[in-house]
Design a protein around this ligand. Structure first.
Ligand SMILES: NC(=O)c1ccc[n+]([C@@H]2O[C@H](COP(=O)([O-])OP(=O)(O)OC[C@H]3O[C@@H](n4cnc5c(N)ncnc54)[C@H](O)[C@@H]3O)[C@@H](O)[C@H]2O)c1
Length: 445
């Protein structure tokens, strides 16, 4: 049987000898693949990374009309099985399994991929997918660093692929309605936006270097990232809090709310970025910040992101959210819906969704709302819609928060170009615009 443990190990071994070089360029022609999609608009999907987010999304993709999840790819056996099981449960059909994304991308019958591996893999996998002629739905944050985001845009355009970032709020109906009202001036001119994320996350402890478990291909899990010893408190999920693979709470969750701030204000990049914060709550291996306040200046407005990973005290009654302040009133939003207040704090209009949203759920705040973004992607692949969160918008929002992390790391404010987000006159900060890759794994396209 395809999915047994023995076969998993066998396939990993075969995969690593056949694909010892981590290079990315396969030279597929995007056009030759776009012809493969059937006349009936059927879309065949491959899914990468199915422990948490990818498991639920695999099932969500599988239930879409005229869509088949034919491949699940994961480098850890239990996670692979979770993805397969999720699709089986959703539609009663067993997808094929794969452990090496490069092998999966060789499959000519795949039209599009959904990518939900750890952050260090996002852009490299998105680029590999474009080169292989696949359309891409890549989870947020688009990239591990801003230079990668720029590469992802170039690759999407070069290979003419539909590339969507998992900023699913961009497809939520009531939120979109609220954003349109903002643009129509419902609160006058919005000039300050406060965004936040709160949680009560526990300690990740102090990890020990131990042998890599037999059910994990740690070499492929690390992929583009420089090699580090395997520790027992890293996989799954905790990689979020280490710079080599993760991007911290600011990118993990702040990307969503900063995306809304940018959307509501209609701005591309900030002109100044500052940050305060630290790892305060626990003394453990967690490298990034558990508490952070990033401030942004952009043309005509200020934006703030407050992140508290280990103190879940809500703001405005919400575990995460966004409030726009204008010269005629305010709008509170973030979940699918919005509340408009006048200058005397009286509610002018309140629109609420029936969908239950859990802002702290680490896989999906609301699966039903994920489906709307998935549908937008699939319809865009079919040429029947345009993306709500195109790679370029994803890059802008991701870069904002990355700049916040860079400011925090160098310990001073940054001046940035409003057209590109590029850092002006700070060599040390500029070095954090990109990253080093494990030799042989540099993104190529
Ligand atoms: N849009 C959203 O609301 C949302 C919600 C949750 C998570 N996410 C994003 O989804 C991503 C995954 O998050 P998670 O919580 O599921 O993490 P996780 O660590 O639980 O799962 C990641 C999975 O990727 C697999 N993986 C690693 N390298 C791989 C490779 N080379 N090929 C195939 N699989 C590989 C891991 O084995 C694991 O199963 C993150 O980037 C996160 O930011 C987005």
């Amino acid at each position: 049987m395809e999915n047994t443990r023995r076969n998993f190990i066998k396939k990993v071994a075969a995969g690593s000898s056949a694909l010892a070089i981590g290079g990315i360029g396969y030279g597929f022609s995007a056009e030759s693949y776009s012809r493969i999609m059937g006349a009936n608009d059927r879309i065949v999907m491959g899914i990468m990374g199915t422990n948490g987010r990818g498991k639920g999304m695999a099932a969500n993709f599988a239930i879409q009309k005229n869509t088949e999840v034919r491949y699940i790819c994961d480098v850890e056996e239990k996670a692979l099985q979770k993805g397969i099981q999720a699709v089986e449960n959703a539609v009663g059909k067993t997808p094929k399994s794969e452990t090496d994304i490069r092998k999966m991308l060789e499959r000519k019958d795949i039209d599009a991929v959904f990518l939900a591996p750890p952050d260090h893999w996002h852009t490299p996998a998105a680029i590999m997918s474009c080169v292989a002629g696949k359309h891409v739905y890549v989870e947020k944050p688009l990239s591990h660093n801003p230079a990668e985001g720029e590469m992802a845009i170039k690759a999407a355009r070069k290979y003419n692929r539909v590339v969507q970032m998992g900023a699913q709020r961009r497809s939520w109906k009531l939120l979109t309605e609220g954003m349109n009202l903002l643009k129509e001036g419902v609160i006058g001119k919005p000039y300050m936006v406060k965004t936040w994320y709160t949680n009560n996350r526990g300690s990740i402890g102090t990890g020990k270097v131990v042998p890599v478990p037999a059910n994990l291909d740690y070499e492929l899990w690390q992929g583009p990232a420089p090699r580090r010893p395997y520790k027992d408190n890293l996989i799954h999920y905790n990689w979020h809090w280490f710079w080599n693979w993760g991007t911290g709470e600011a990118l993990n969750n702040g990307t969503h709310e900063i995306d809304l701030a940018r959307w509501g204000l209609g701005v591309d990049f900030p002109t100044r970025v500052n940050s305060v914060g630290g790892r305060y709550h626990y003394n453990d291996d967690w490298e990034i910040f558990d508490t952070q306040l990033i401030t942004f200046e952009c043309e005509g407005a200020s934006v703030v992101w407050e992140g508290r990973s280990c103190n879940g005290t809500k703001v405005e009654g919400l575990d995460r959210g966004v409030i726009f302040y204008g010269d005629k009133g305010s709008m509170l939003t973030g979940h699918d819906g919005y509340t408009i207040y006048d200058m005397d704090e009286q509610i002018v209009k309140e629109v609420k969704s029936d969908v239950v949203i859990d802002g702290r759920n680490t896989s999906s705040p609301a699966a039903d709302l994920d489906n709307v973004h998935i549908d937008n992607f699939l319809q865009s692949v079919r040429g029947k819609a345009t993306l709500n969160a195109d790679v370029e918008e994803g890059h802008k929002s991701t870069t904002w928060v990355q700049l916040g992390n860079i400011a925090q790391r160098v310990g001073r404010g940054l001046t940035t170009k409003p057209e590109t987000g590029h850092i002006i006159g700070d060599e040390e900060a500029g070095k954090l615009w990109s990253r080093e890759y494990e030799p042989g794994w540099e993104p190529k396209f």
